[in-house]
Design a binder for this molecule. Sequence first.
Ligand code: ATP
Ligand code: MG
Length: 236
Amino acid sequence: MLKMNNISKLYQTEMVQTHALRDFNLHVEEGEFIAVTGPSGSGKTTFLNIAGMLEPFSSGQYLLDGIDVGKLNDNQRADVRNQKIGFIFQGFNLIPDLNLYENIEVPLRYRGIKANERKRRIEQCLEQVGLASRAKHLPQQLSGGQQQRVAIARALAGKPRFLLADEPTGNLDSLMARQVMELLEQINRDGATIIMVTHDPELARRAPRNIQVVDGQLADFTLYQGAQTLKNVAGV
Ligand SMILES: Nc1ncnc2c1ncn2[C@@H]1O[C@H](COP(=O)(O)OP(=O)(O)OP(=O)(O)O)[C@@H](O)[C@H]1O
Ligand SMILES: [Mg+2]
């Protein structure tokens, strides 16, 4: 589904050059659930933003469902992103003066989905995350965990085959974090491929595949029949 071959990302500011990713290699199969861990500043968000086509990369090749992302223009990239990808941002990114229903509706409007279909999807997604009775609430009237679930509902409403989540449990206590994890596991069982960045080792261990980003490079720790194997250290 996703193939990154020698992806590098260089940030150039006046003072410094940062290699946020270097020779990053990753293959993801359809239906996988991958947890991404690694030190702060190691390149996890950069990787996720490139995977979600929110950011360009400097060199290398990125294939999504066989589409060569580097060869697309802005409009084509936006189309592919809308069709295939859902994004759960760190810190929710909810619009404070829109209620839950309207928050979920924004990206659907943007995609030109008709009103009755929007309503059907929004109600279904709110139901799925257990917030059907709160559609008229504003984000500030909800707990952190509930807001996180709205952010998940918003990503789900687009029916993405590929879900990217940056610290989806970052602001939650451990009980709520487990609930969000269970929701993601359900979405994965329903068919979505998921990549989740997390600082929580307990949640990472629950994912069938763990990768670690260290200094812009990838170490892939995948559990095969209980044995932890160092599978794919970039550059080896
Ligand atoms: N827009 C930018 N301009 C310049 N440098 C950047 C930019 N965005 C990220 N970087 C740098 O790229 C590196 C990787 O950043 P990134 O946000 O991917 O790290 P991260 O692994 O997500 O860290 P955290 O766990 O703290 O969220 C860091 O050194 C960061 O300072
Ligand atoms: Mg980050």
